[in-house]
Design a protein around this ligand. Structure first.
Ligand code: FE2
Length: 386
């Protein structure tokens, strides 16, 4: 495995032993958001999260209908796209969903084959394989739908030496706020409607060849008021992990239901971005105005030594410092992890980011779910959507 991707070894090779991975994925290529004002969104993600200017297409590059800004931080590429007129279909997406993730692009060696293999297994086509060329070579892309109006685009770039994709030019800027230490996408979570989780689990299994390697039911993920269910899907080499959530019945409205109401359908709920130094990253993000979910109560931090047990011996971080920054800690048999969640990144309570640092742990912070959801519920209550 390339050391570019500091993936945890999930032991998935065992599950896949003997099975042929018909959809070998090299990693996440880019995540594209449709937004109302890409220029301003680009400024926000640069300033607040430390993304760097990377590539651009718009009127200056003869793109008459849409404008796209590509931002990069280590392995993470975000594309922010807006329409340049009322005729574009992108408007419909923005009217319905607000700013949100349209494309989760997957890097493959052979986009035509990826498309064929998934269509053959029942995927719905978004776009057939198409070739784009410029003086730097050629790329092949093809897309299939996943939940809601979200798309997986397969990106083949082995014959391309340009900065991003044909049609884009390199974007350099004198304004380059420092990186905040975000390195790669650890996982990406989708929210789907009532009783839809297993349908999408089956889609990732049958159509994409993923495996379900972790499940949480509503008995594990609940508070006094609300509940949800979640299953984590992974591709064969463990580089791509897509947890899928659905709401569950409870006394009050689940945060997943709130998302579905405001996104008006299924979609990407959060991107978890990995850092090697969460204390430094979060301190910088806070200094730049990023708002995080409010901290859990004092007892949460008092209980950390007991919850971490053996892992306390190797834990480098100072609990007081974690508490000061409202960072959460969880552990499993393999190690511990540190995580924190931003508030929604746009006005609708839909997409947010998680910042995660794995210290051996392979989980997704199940031990934090209760504290986390209570925190979200306090926010929901303020929005009148609990
Ligand atoms: Fe997460």
């Amino acid at each position: 495995m390339s050391k570019e991707f500091k993936s945890v070894d999930y032991g998935l090779e065992k599950i896949f032993e003997g099975a042929q991975d018909f959809l070998p994925l090299l990693g996440t290529d880019y995540v594209e958001l449709y937004v109302g004002n890409a220029k301003q969104a680009a400024h926000f993600y640069k300033t607040a999260f430390g993304f760097q200017s990377y590539a651009y297409k718009g009127l200056e590059t003869s793109s008459r209908d849409t404008v796209s800004y590509v931002l990069k931080q280590d392995k993470i590429k975000l594309v922010l796209t807006s329409p340049l007129g009322s005729a574009s279909k992108i408007n419909d997406h923005i009217v319905k969903h607000g700013d949100g993730v349209k494309v989760v692009a997957l890097w493959v060696d052979d986009a035509r084959d990826a498309y064929e293999q998934t269509i053959k297994r029942g995927a719905t086509s978004y776009c057939k394989p198409f070739v784009e060329t410029d003086e730097n070579g050629e790329t092949v892309r093809a897309g299939i739908y996943t939940y809601g109006e979200t798309v997986h685009m397969f990106v083949e770039r082995k014959n391309y030496k340009g900065v991003f994709l044909p049609g884009y030019r390199e974007w350099t800027s004198d304004y380059s706020p420092e990186s905040t230490g975000l390195k790669y996408i650890d996982h990406m979570v989708g929210n789907v409607g009532w009783n839809q989780m297993n349908t999408w689990v089956k889609f990732y299994e049958d159509v994409m060849g993923f495996v379900n390697f972790l499940s949480f039911d509503d008995k594990q993920i609940h508070t006094e008021y609300s509940a949800l269910m979640s299953k984590v899907m992974s591709n064969g080499n463990g580089r791509i992990k897509f947890p899928i959530n659905e709401p569950a019945e409870a006394a009050k409205k689940s945060q997943i239901e709130e998302y579905l109401d405001f996104y008006e359908g299924a979609g990407v709920q959060h991107l978890a971005l990995a850092t090697d130094d969460i204390i430094k990253t979060v301190a910088q993000l806070k200094a730049r105005g990023i708002e995080f979910l409010p901290p859990p109560p004092q007892t949460y931090y008092d209980d950390i030594p007991q919850r971490l047990g053996e892992h306390m011996k190797v834990m480098k971080e100072d609990i007081e410092k974690l508490q000061e920054l409202s960072i959460l800690v969880d552990a499993d048999e393999d190690g511990y992890l540190l995580q924190i969640f931003t508030k929604p990144l746009q006005d609708r309570p839909t997409l947010f980011f998680e910042i995660i640092q794995r210290m051996g742990a392979k989980g997704f912070g199940a031990g934090n779910f209760k504290a986390l959801f209570e925190s979200i519920e306090r926010e929901q209550a303020q929005r009148g959507t609990l």
